[in-house]
Design a protein around this ligand. Structure first.
Ligand code: COA
Length: 164
């Protein structure tokens, strides 16, 4: 993370990010789930990390309109060559601080059971997976959460709001 800059995501970041998102997810087709609207309408709670002017990581999240004390992280991604260097952790800390200031005390996100890296990262960041009867590789998985065959791990983390 040394020498890198964290700033809010801007609409102008959309094209450079969408061009690499499938590649950063190891070839999974993710781009359709990340339309421009996230960069336009969720700027206060979305961030990018730049290294020498190039985006090497991003987090897109928002405060729930249904549950104003809850925040949701939709996407987090880091350039493969910049992983395990604290980039996503720093993005999450920035997000936690931003949503705590907006009155949130819980952060939620979901991930696919196949995404072992994401599951390990979220556990390391203090997230807990919601209990379920279905267990895959030791992790509770909610069957069909995002539609038929689309199982998900439902993560949540209670924020230490007094810290902020
Ligand atoms: C998951 C991802 C965002 C992690 O980014 P990162 O910048 O490498 O994460 P960090 O370096 O900040 O890691 C924070 C902690 O999580 C751990 N961690 C991160 N990725 C891990 C992995 N694949 N396996 C095990 N632990 C991992 C780190 O070791 C670190 O723990 P530490 O503090 O004890 O050292 C990144 O691997 C990625 O972009 N993956 C592809 C996209 C994706 O799956 N996104 C998540 C679903 S939306």
């Amino acid at each position: 993370m040394q020498g890198m800059l964290i700033r809010h995501a801007e609409p102008s970041d959309y094209q450079p990010i969408i061009a690499v998102v499938n590649e950063w997810w190891g070839g999974r087709q993710m781009a359709d789930m990340l339309p421009m609207l996230f960069f336009m309408h969720f700027r206060p709670t979305s961030f990018v990390v730049e290294n020498k002017g190039k985006i090497v990581g991003f987090v897109i999240g928002f405060v729930s309109h249904t549950f104003p004390e809850e925040a949701y992280i939709h996407f987090v991604g880091v350039h493969p060559e910049f992983r395990k260097d604290g980039v996503a952790g720093a993005l999450y800390e920035k997000f936690f601080a931003a949503v705590a200031k907006l009155g949130c005390s819980i952060v939620r996100c979901v991930t696919a059971p196949i995404n072992k890296g994401s599951i390990a990262f979220h556990h390391r960041m203090g997230f807990t997976a919601k209990d379920s009867e279905k267990i895959v590789d030791g992790v509770p998985v909610v069957e069909g959460y995002d539609g038929k065959g689309e199982d998900r791990v439902l993560f949540s983390k209670i924020l230490d709001v007094e810290r902020n």
